[in-house]
Design a protein around this ligand. Sequence first.
Ligand SMILES: Cc1cc2nc3c(=O)[nH]c(=O)nc-3n(C[C@H](O)[C@H](O)[C@H](O)COP(=O)(O)OP(=O)(O)OC[C@H]3O[C@@H](n4cnc5c(N)ncnc54)[C@H](O)[C@@H]3O)c2cc1C
Length: 312
Amino acid sequence: MSNSTDNIGARFDAVIVGGGAAGLSGAVALGRSLRSVLVVDKGEQRNLPADAAHNVIGREGISPGELVAEGRREAVSYGVEFADDEVISVERDGDFTVTLGSGRIVTARRLLLATGLVDELPRIPGVQEAWGHGVLHCPYCHGYEVRGRRVGVIATTSMGSVHQSLLFAQLSEHVTLFAGAVEFDEQQLAELRVSGVGIVEGEVERVIEHDRDVTGVQVDGRVHDVDNVVVGTRMVARTELFEQLGGVPQDHPFGQFIPSDPTGATGVDGVWTAGNAGNLAAMVSVAAGAGLLAGIAINADLVAADVRAALV
Ligand SMILES: Cc1cc2nc3c(=O)[nH]c(=O)nc-3n(C[C@H](O)[C@H](O)[C@H](O)COP(=O)(O)OP(=O)(O)OC[C@H]3O[C@@H](n4cnc5c(N)ncnc54)[C@H](O)[C@@H]3O)c2cc1C
């Protein structure tokens, strides 16, 4: 798709797509380097369904919405602009031409894709409804909060669900693995046994939840009482914009992501990534760290480009 140049608005040093921990950290780094920055964010940060963000040093237990709002305020204080909008297309012809859902078009010298990922949940009634509250996935996000409780792990893959079961079994003596159609080898069964994890076989029909609190897992018509459910998700980074620029996402056993070097530079010239878009395992602080590294690298790249141009 080519845009009419009549519609093209401001030119930014960097456009950041995504205003979660990664995008906001990149924005602060670039704002503090006196760069003109636009952050475009459609407000679907991955952990918004959760009550709190844990393992965030200095802001332990802050609500995810509040963390994002504070990050925004900090970025704005350094002159960063925000658009509550969606980037629907990007093209490269020297600068990047960035088109927003509202029809606004801007250009950018560099692009940071901090677009996060989508958790594809198992299609079991009750899982989506209680996601982020009664239904969990990550022992480092909410494990402490469910210590000692009755935790039911619903198997989606053998490797992933054994891993989750062992980690939650370290925090509670009452962990049950609901096997469903997943099969486990002798080694895995032995690991579960010595860790005190019980196994329930049979088809998982639904998670019993009320107002996002979980009370049980129904298997073959029988309800097993639990206080929380743990599921594995397929984690699919939002890669559409990267692909529009010719980038190729990389497959991962648990999803797909945008490949990059340690600074977040992708194989597409002028395009960086940070956070869950490039690292499926990144928690908030890791995503923020990656955003900072990418912001620093983008600024250094702009300095180098300007010096090269001045020498010509
Ligand atoms: C239920 C749950 C609880 C969690 N709890 C914790 C916890 O306690 N502690 C912790 O450290 N981690 C936790 N995490 C992980 C945490 O959510 C991620 O580490 C973090 O959100 C990654 O930040 P990010 O900036 O990469 O992506 P996100 O925070 O997901 O932000 C990406 C943003 O980009 C936007 N976006 C995407 N595409 C576009 C586009 N084309 N145009 C405009 N905007 C776009 C999205 O709408 C979104 O707002 C949890 C995750 C889940 C699912």
